[in-house]
Ligand binder design. Structure first.
Ligand SMILES: *Cc1c(COP(=O)(O)O)cnc(C)c1O
Length: 402
């Protein structure tokens, strides 16, 4: 075995599952990343909505270093103190009574679907699940079966049985289908992230929650991307004063350590009896210890409220840019610090994206024509102003290059 500096700088032995930028990051601090050439970037990708406290926050570094010298992993053969603390924090700040820990978003969705199926099996044998077109719920077979975009599903059939799709943002379609198929659950994202930051009409979640209540159907919210403060509430469902039955969490939960969770009410959670579900790594002392420190820091520094305020500020500034380039910027939308800038076409968007990276601003190009912007929740107005300036500059450069 060799060690030390690789002779394979671009990873030719890796499976080609990602179309990555040819940039290697070396270090990060707050909202900033530096690559191996020493170039500095304003990182508004946050590792895809993971690094809510920015890079290398001292509280996270401390939590990691203090935990790794004590205990990293024991498995769930034993009681795990950090899991108990984290579940207590999550329960006392949400609708939930009980928590199950896993390691990723797709596992949190998988656990949510399994829990709903178990509940359905013990409530008259219901198993169908209603999802939404354009939804992204993850890459494993259960989560993929709930994912509404053909581009993720293609080539993997047969997927799980019993999944049905309705247009996102249309509660009547869900009511009609629920009356027809007697589902065990409806699953949806409060804001569709991967689908280009699609924000549903106000009242949508409330209407769906009412439909679920009337038809004895569980409401599963996939808050893997928008949970943990990103939208200006700790959980996005709080904007509409609804009470879901199950919520899937991951991404920002672990402060950069892999950590996912299934939150549920007692009534539902009691259907997970010993042996019904599990995970070797799930909720290990390191991941849950860092997650505790992350949430505590976020709450202590009022970052959730701040995400809402900064999001409004950011949206306002971006609308000014849209006003200058109305034929190139088709839409600006978002909730808190998940923001979408939709361009007129994918070629223009791709060019703007390349120029933006060159100019030192990192965002995510989603559904080919939308900049999905995911700043850390502790960014500030100066950094947002810079991001807006760099976006406007990128548009200007692409426009003037013809
Ligand atoms: C990212 C994401 C997932 C999948 O999370 P992974 O950790 O990549 O498995 C599921 N649902 C939503 C809404 C997501 O944004």
């Amino acid at each position: 075995m060799r060690s030390g500096k690789t002779k394979d700088p671009m990873g030719k032995y890796l499976m080609e599952t990602y179309s990555r930028l040819p940039i290697t990051m070396r270090k990060g601090k707050g909202s900033w990343l530096w690559d191996t050439e020493g170039k500095k970037y304003l990182d508004y990708t946050t590792g895809i909505a993971v690094n809510n406290l920015g890079h290398c926050h001292p509280m996270i570094t401390d939590a990691i270093t203090s935990q790794i010298s004590k205990l990293i992993h024991t498995s769930n053969l034993f009681n795990i103190e950090n899991q108990n603390t984290l579940s207590e924090i999550l329960v006392s700040n949400s609708f939930a009574d009980k928590v199950f820990f896993c390691n990723s978003g797709t596992e949190a969705v998988e656990g949510s679907i399994k829990l709903a199926r178990k509940w359905g099996a013990e409530n008259g044998g219901k198993f169908a699940v209603i999802s939404t077109e354009g939804a992204f719920h993850g890459r494993t077979f259960g989560a993929l079966s709930a994912t509404g975009s053909e581009k993720y599903r293609q080539g993997f059939s047969p997927l799980l049985e019993g999944f049905h799709f309705t247009p996102y943002g249309n509660p009547e379609a869900i009511a009609r289908l629920a009356a027809e198929i007697n589902p065990c659950a409806v699953i949806l994202e409060p804001v569709q992230g991967e689908n280009g930051v699609v924000v549903p009409p106000p009242g949508y979640l409330k209407q769906i929650s009412d439909i679920c209540g009337k038809s004895d159907t569980l409401l599963i919210l996939d808050e893997v991307q928008v949970g943990m403060g990103r939208t200006g509430k700790l959980f996005a469902y709080e904007h509409e004063n609804v009470s879901p039955d199950i919520v899937a969490l991951a991404k920002a939960l672990g402060g950069g350590m892999p950590c996912g969770a299934v939150l549920a009410t007692d009534d539902v959670a009691k259907h997970f009896t010993p042996g019904a579900h599990g995970s070797t790594f799930g909720g290990n002392p390191l991941a849950t210890g860092v997650a505790c420190a992350t949430i505590e820091t976020m709450l202590r520094e009022n970052l959730v409220e701040r995400a809402g305020e900064l999001g409004d500020y950011f949206l306002g500034k971006l609308k000014e840019v849209q006003g200058k380039y109305p034929e190139h910027v088709r839409g600006i939308r978002g909730k808190g610090l998940i923001i979408g800038v939709e361009f007129s076409d994918s070629t223009f968007a791709r060019n703007c994206f390349s120029v933006s990276v060159k100019n030192g601003l990192l965002v995510i190009l989603t559904v080919e024509r939308v900049f999905r912007i995911l700043p850390p929740l502790n960014t500030n107005k100066e950094e947002i102003d810079l991001a807006v300036t760099l976006i406007a500059k990128s548009i200007e450069e692409v426009v003037s290059s013809g």
